[in-house]
Design a protein around this ligand. Structure first.
Ligand code: CDP
Ligand code: MG
Length: 627
């Protein structure tokens, strides 16, 4: 019964008509480019087509995804379609979670995990097919994989590669791989009416809330998909909507709100895929994660804020910033397209048509605006010279030089830029080089603070641990440590471990989802360090600060003479402590600080700030000066 329904559903997908052509092309060509509208069936079907065909071999079919949720949710979907348990025939492997077995034939994995596998086996001999999905997103990891594969196909003529993308940049992929095989899948899409704002909206959050309420009250049934920039905004809008829900006229339709962002645990994300109860409208608040990789059924209206949170790295100052920026034209079109999957839809753009005309055509590939520490480290281990590596879009030389310099400072590369033993150990850990360095430093016999550093690193790996914009006190203030934020994080975690209840989190202004995720990450990181037999004991605070300084010495700053601001040691840039830091209001500011992150708004703010161990910073000053 179920099998019949699944079979029918699979046959009704737009891609089904192309099944034969796709298999034929894969058979005759080593690299195939497959383009198709979101929802046409690329991600769920292509691997199954291969599995069902004579092309199938006893090796793996790998499909990469830029995001972990997409990898997990789509693996589950395919497992369901094959009526098999997840982890057997169909599996997935994402950072901090592996669900595969000896029987696995189709393996969904994040692009980052495939790079990790390349570190161990550069020719990826377990795979006979590699499908690179969502290639248009051009994440740093996808770009690395594209470069690696370009090399790999010259060494392995038995491997087949399929590049899948939702947008029309196909030609560039084809050129990069010298392939002429582009298949375009035409899907069923319905017209989407675009309604632009008449005048620019000064505050996209306000405009979004008003937009949602208006659509809900004035438009017929159909779910609303809303694009916002991140977890914090989503949680705020969710809270406002739930308050407004109580004020709805009694004769109007009810609504439910669900969220969709990368850090949300997958069981909560799955709620967006369930249909709402009778006479209830579903409102999905999402980041750009819902732009192409996920198909959410029931959506008839899209509300597009027109902005996205973008991470940018400035190699000159070594600072990374998270900024809310305008989306590209391509992204705006993708977002609008989400309204026309099942029937005619409407996209409400919270920006004017003049704004739209000013958007870039595409956003710049992430690799051209990121800290390349990890990239250089990984390429070195695989045996590539990052300066000669064939990137689809080459980052400016200064990005590679800066990363190389940083890795030398951390001890991952030696004076001749060869990878060191420490560098290899760092690359094994699933965190950026700076955090890896800190984790490894915690194992040193004179520091022995792995237990606490694990907690701190795990907490640094999640966003929005506390609610700062609410009236209630937040855990950062309640458990404030005079040494700074990192030790405050640790204290919060230790207190949470004693309580863990929903109400405790609420009274302490703690984001329960974030801290639970941190706890899971901590467990995974501990596994990675197990082979070093760390002494899992509590350490004195000074050891923890020493350890942090060993990784963060490049992010260090001195207090100015008048005590109003700090200047970075490396470039003498003026920075300020962010208001969310426990060191923001202390009377006695430390002379020297280290920080985890920079946020550039009207000023340059640093977040995740702690007193620095000056002795350690000083011992590194020499390496900083050799530019
Ligand atoms: O990759 P692409 O966007 O082309 O499509 P897909 O992810 O393979 O999805 C094809 C269809 O499968 C969607 O239109 C949904 O109807 C269905 N699907 C689903 O029901 N549940 C999922 N988790 C994923 C897909
Ligand atoms: Mg897809």
């Amino acid at each position: 019964m179920v099998k019949g329904i699944i079979k029918k559903q699979r046959k009704s997908l737009p891609i089904y008509k192309y099944k034969h052509k796709i298999l034929e092309t894969i058979n005759k060509s080593q690299v195939t480019i497959l383009i198709g509208e979101t929802g046409s069936g690329k991600t769920t079907q292509v691997a199954q087509y291969i599995l069902e065909s004579s092309l199938n071999s006893d090796k793996l079919i790998g499909i990469t995804q830029p995001r972990r949720i997409a990898a997990i949710s789509v693996a589950k979907r395919v497992a369901y379609e094959r009526q098999s348990e997840i982890g057997s025939l169909i599996g997935y492997s994402v950072r901090f979670e592996n669900k595969t077995s000896e029987n696995t034939k189709i393996k969904f994995l994040t692009d980052g995990m495939l790079i990790r596998e390349s570190l161990i086996d550069p020719i990826l001999r377990n795979y006979s097919f590699l499908i690179i999905d969502e290639a248009h997103e051009r994440t740093t990891n996808t770009d690395i994989i594209l470069g690696l594969i370009r090399e790999l196909i010259t060494q392995r003529n038995d491997i087949k590669v399929i590049i899948m993308s939702a947008t029309i940049e196909a030609q560039r992929f084809a050129e990069f791989f010298s392939s002429r095989e582009i298949i375009e899948v035409h899907g069923r899409t319905f017209p989407v009416k675009i309604l632009n704002a008449a005048v620019p909206e000064p505050d996209h959050i306000d405009a979004t809330v008003i937009g949602i309420v208006q659509v809900h009250l004035d438009y017929p049934a159909g779910d609303i998909l809303v694009f916002l920039t991140g977890q914090e905004e989503i949680e705020d809008v969710q809270a406002i909507l739930l308050r407004k829900r109580k004020l709805l006229p009694t004769n109007s339709m009810d609504f439910t709100v669900c969220a969709m962002y990368a850090a949300l645990p997958s069981h909560l994300q799955m709620k967006a895929f369930e249909s709402a109860p009778e006479n209830t409208r579903k409102i999905i608040l999402a980041t750009n994660i819902a732009e192409t990789s996920l198909t959410i059924p029931g959506v008839k209206y899209v509300i597009d804020s027109g902005v996205v949170k973008e991470r940018n790295y400035d190699p000159r100052t070594g600072m990374e910033s998270l900024k809310i920026v305008k989306i590209s034209k391509a992204a705006a079109k993708q977002r609008a397209g989400r309204a026309g999957r099942e029937s005619e839809g409407i996209c409400f753009r919270l920006f004017t048509s003049e704004d739209f005309n000013g958007f870039e055509d595409y956003s710049k590939p992430e690799i051209t605006r990121s800290n390349l520490g990890n990239v250089v480290l990984q390429l070195k281990i695989i045996g590539h010279d990052p300066r000669l590596f064939k990137f689809m879009d080459r980052p400016d030389d200064i990005y590679i030089e800066k990363a190389t310099q940083e890795l030398r400072g951390l001890g991952a590369l030696d004076g001749e830029e060869k990878i060191t033993l420490l560098g290899r150990k760092m690359a094994e850990l699933p965190v950026p080089p700076v955090l890896a360095r800190i984790l490894l430093a915690s194992l040193e016999p004179q520091l022995q603070c792995t237990k606490d550093i694990l907690t701190i690193i795990a907490l640094l790996s999640v966003e929005n641990l506390c609610y700062f914009n609410r009236k209630e006190a937040n855990a950062m203030q309640i458990f404030k440590c005079s040494e700074g934020d990192h030790l405050t994080f640790l204290k919060i975690y230790q207190e949470w471990r004693k309580n863990k209840t929903k109400s405790w989190c609420k009274t302490h202004g703690l984001n329960r989802i974030s801290i639970k995720r941190a706890s899971m990450i901590r467990k995974q990181l501990r596994q990675y360090l197990k082979k070093y037999n760390p002494a899992l004991v509590h350490a004195p605070n000074e050891n923890i600060l020493k350890c942090l300084a060993k990784g963060y010495y490049m992010n260090s700053a001195f207090l100015s003479a008048d005590g109003t601001h700090y200047r970075t040691i490396k470039d003498r840039e003026i920075i300020h402590i962010h208001p969310t830091s426990v060191l923001f209001q202390t009377r006695k500011k430390p002379q020297c600080i280290i920080f985890s992150e920079v946020i550039i708004t009207t000023k340059k703010y640093v977040r995740g700030v702690s007193e620095a161990d000056y002795g350690i910073i000083q011992s590194f000053l020499g390496t900083l000066k050799t530019k």
